[in-house]
Design a protein around this ligand. Structure first.
Ligand SMILES: O=c1ccn([C@@H]2O[C@H](COP(=O)(O)OP(=O)(O)O[C@H]3O[C@@H](CO)[C@H](O)[C@H]3O)[C@@H](O)[C@H]2O)c(=O)[nH]1
Ligand SMILES: [Mn+2]
Length: 363
């Protein structure tokens, strides 16, 4: 049985010219010391880190030496955003989206601090960041499913019957990676299957077809800020909120309806990381339980979202989405009225910190 990780990266040389070294930030939400970075050093050291310290701002987070980083705690967020800081969650990994907003780079990779380097079946340490970058730099194929999976990979291609008119693909906005060892299960599944570990390494990358939603996990995720950044709001979660652990899910549903509308792609599959720590299923159940029944209304809402053709930028799409959330989901719970307002606040804050031309799909 192959040792799928965590890998031993000691002595692994830093790749001489890391891809997108000056165009990508790594965003890490944390309440812990960041010793996990030691294992990622060969792959992460050349990149700039944005650390979003959650919880008690007086606590000192230790970052291993040799990394180039900026760190923001709750005091910094309040100082930078003023009243708009209310849209950034507290005491939930959703706080990570502040890092997306303050970044000045084109690409973001976000990873949890209990995610380590995995091994592929040959026992080789997986440079997850490099694979995400490859995923983002090559097109997606949302309009017609390629049965041999990612056609742009070495040793693969479009299969017979695939329309040539569609083989150019569309720009990739999101690369969604997976996890060995502790899978991202919801609390009920975790409770029923406490010992289940994911040992299945599937060597595939898939474009998620247009019109299909998916459950986006924030543990091992990369995206193009210019193409979809303003839609990567991780919602109102954690302290003072009736729900948690639906931060990445909400962002994923918003992103998918917007990328479908703007003709962009989202991929899932490789790379894998090794997720080491299962969070407490009982605590997770308390955070998730409203979401488990609310989502039976939320998913049909997103499945029926229609964005007008005048919505030609991510910001316009997102503001339109917030109006529809307020109109159609507030009857599920008053929380969605608050969330819709927070979505607008997020865009206002994003545009204030990123005063450039609105994100236009045809990049
Ligand atoms: O209050 C908090 C708690 C944690 N963090 C940081 O967020 C990530 C994830 O924390 P953890 O690994 O403990 O929790 P998981 O349940 O494994 O997280 C995954 O589940 C989903 C939560 O929405 C999401 O897909 C994953 O994050 C760590 O870096 C913690 O340090 C925090 O910032 N604030
Ligand atoms: Mn975890």
């Amino acid at each position: 049985m192959a040792n799928l990780g965590p890998a031993n990266t000691a002595g692994t040389a830093v790749t001489p010219t890391p891809l997108l070294k000056d165009e990508l930030d790594i965003v890490i939400p944390t309440i812990r010391n960041l010793d996990f970075l030691e294992m990622w050093r060969p792959f992460f050291q050349p990149y700039h880190l944005i650390i979003v310290q959650d919880g008690d701002p007086t606590k000192t987070i230790k970052v291993p030496p040799g990394f180039d980083y900026e760190l923001y705690n709750r005091n910094d967020i309040n100082k930078i955003l003023g009243p708009r800081a209310s849209c950034i969650s507290f005491k939930d990994s959703a706080c990570r989206c502040f890092g997306y907003m303050v970044s000045k780079k084109k690409y973001i990779y976000t990873i949890d601090d209990d995610c380590f380097v995995a091994n592929d079946p040959s026992g080789k340490a997986i440079n997850a960041l490099e694979q995400h970058i490859k995923n983002l730099l090559c097109p997606s194929t949302p309009f017609f499913f390629n049965t041999l999976y990612e056609p742009y990979r070495e040793g693969a291609d479009f299969v017979r019957g695939y329309p040539f008119s569609l083989r150019e693909g569309v720009p990739t906005a999101v690369s969604h990676g997976l996890w060995l060892n502790i899978p991202d299960y919801d609390a009920p599944t975790q409770l029923v299957k406490p010992l289940e570990r994911n040992t299945r390494y599937v060597d595939a990358i898939l474009t998620i077809p247009k019109g299909t939603l998916f459950p986006m996990c924030g543990m091992n995720l990369a995206f193009d800020r210019d193409l979809i950044g303003p839609a990567m709001y991780f919602g109102l979660m954690g302290d003072g909120q009736p729900i948690g652990r639906y931060d990445d899910m909400w962002a994923g549903w918003c992103c998918k309806v917007i990328t479908d509308h703007l003709g962009l792609g989202i991929k899932t599959g490789l790379p894998y990381i090794y997720h080491s720590k299962a969070s407490n299923p009982f605590v997770n159940l308390r955070k998730e339980y409203k979401g488990i029944f609310w989502q039976e209304d939320i998913i049909p809402f997103f499945q029926n979202v229609v964005l007008p053709k005048e919505c030609t930028t991510v910001q316009k799409c997102y503001i339109e989405l917030s109006k529809q959330v307020k109109e159609k989901l507030s009857k599920v719970d008053p929380y969605f009225d608050k969330l819709a307002d927070a979505m607008v606040t997020w865009i206002e804050a994003w545009d204030e910190l990123n005063p450039q031309k609105p994100t236009t799909a045809k990049a």
